[in-house]
Design a protein around this ligand. Sequence first.
Ligand code: A2P
Length: 350
Amino acid sequence: MRVAIVGATGAVGHELMAVLEKSQQEGKLKFDELQLYASPRSAGSKLTFAGKELTVQVTPDGPIDADVILASAGGSVSKALAHKWIQNGAVVIDNSSAFRYDADVPLVVPEVNGEAALRHKGIIANPNCTTAIAVVAVAPIHRKYGVKRMIVSTYQATSGAGQKGMDELLEQTHVVLHGGEASHKEFVHPIPFNVIPHIDVFQDNGYTKEEMKVQWETQKIIGDDSLKISCTAVRIPTLRTHSEAITLDLAKPATPAEIRELLSTAAGVEVRDDPEGKLYPMPLTATRKYDVEVGRIRESLVFDGGIDLFVSGDQLLKGAALNAVQIAEYLQAHGALGGAVSPQLSAVSP
Ligand code: A2P
């Protein structure tokens, strides 16, 4: 079983190495070989995995001889090369938005629709980080109470723009603290001491693409196109972990206590909800945590029987690296990685 990371030197690549190491130690993903790829800029550099130094290679413009390729080098790289990488039978789990809306590419959050991964035709897409974090909390509620409408406001960390985004926050904050004027490159405006309601490009309907991704991707993962979602996506000056205020209009009314109880056993969720004890989700506590924190669970004052809640999830983990590795673990657990073809896979593949 051979694993490859494309974009190994990036922010998500770094997390992929850490999550893979932990997964291997815990006996979840079993593999014997790890290959690291990045741009020619990093070729020859060394990264440490499980105490061993590995050399970063130039990303091939052809097949990669691995069983699973975790790709995190951006949409244009995946779009141009992913179909070439899989020519020798590898499966790509792609972090970019390049293939998420293709009908024959499963978009997967294992806690919600893991079985969709088994229907892949060589490429599996990892959702946008904001969607992945929200859907872990919302899918169990949807299954039991039926979410009809959803309003989301996001508080997104600079790590959403990769390592360069986090570097810009730190460098430009330093500039401002020393009396200078912040400049910007990775973001549309200077990010220190600011919030920017503009992530990705504006669409004809006045929403940004980042905001529309939450509707498109949630519908695809949950498998329900009737679910309506309005989102306002905002970049804030934190390093990592996205937070979201979510309002749910439910088909079947629920009380906050029922939602708290439901989410207390939901996979991938940590209920952190004790306002008296000043306990609620925050980037400070959710960062580097595998579970998505959910709290501030309360009755909606707008939708009868509806619910308001707040989530914080590490964008680089559940929003990216962790979800990708969990997809690989799911495939392997179902005999669909490392050469073996599972009965499930042959049953569902055309
Ligand atoms: P490199 O470090 O050599 O530039 P981030 O999202 O943190 O910006 O990371 C992006 C990742 O994608 C890095 O590992 C980067 O490698 C890699 N990358 C960027 N452009 C290419 C490319 N054209 N081919 C392969 N890897 C690339």
